[in-house]
Design a protein around this ligand. Sequence first.
Ligand code: U2P
Length: 216
Amino acid sequence: MRLLLAVLLMLASTLPATARSNRSGDYDYLVLALSWSPTYCASPAGANDNSQCAPGRRFAFVVHGLWPQYDKGWPQDCPTDESWVEENTIRSMMDIMPSKKLIIHEWKKHGTCAGVSQLSYFSAIRAIFGKVRIPARYLSPTADVITTPDQLVTDFVKTNKDLNSDMLSVQCSNSRDRARLSELRICLDKSGNFAACGANENRSCRATTLVMPQVR
Ligand code: U2P
């Protein structure tokens, strides 16, 4: 009997995050994922993405998404009666989230789990992105920025008085020595205040040199 219980507990700990509930609004904290657009645009996916990557689209940090998170794992694709995203809503977000497909995808996968209406979800993205101060050197670099993951975090902490290093997670390509920044994740509590990240953000970039390709 005890063995059966132990096996069941072990199995439960390996179930996907969505096993917890997938009920909209049931989550522990939020992540604002900021993508470094030039890295994305240099990737095969970016090559086909005109709205974000066509010549002259000089995006730097853009919003990837606002993600409700469990302490470990996250809910996704929660039931919704707002599955349609209006053209107006999409247009209103394109300046900070410059891809129609992404906007729709992020609402369906993550926004539906946030426990708020679609309009409130996109308003929250704008409000939270608006309060993150991007350090000047990352606003629109015209040459590649060569830095380190720690330096990137330090710069954000210095520029944002309410941010600490445990509230940020740097994501990069796999390489251990020289890697490109793919995104910076910023953690928040359920009220939208910057807060310490959970286990999902433990795997921060380990590269010794972090390259942030210049805006195009
Ligand atoms: O990291 C690769 C992709 O996994 C999804 N992801 C990652 C971390 C997390 O906390 N939550 C999450 O959903 C993202 O998928 P997307 O939203 O792009 O479909 C991320 O791109």
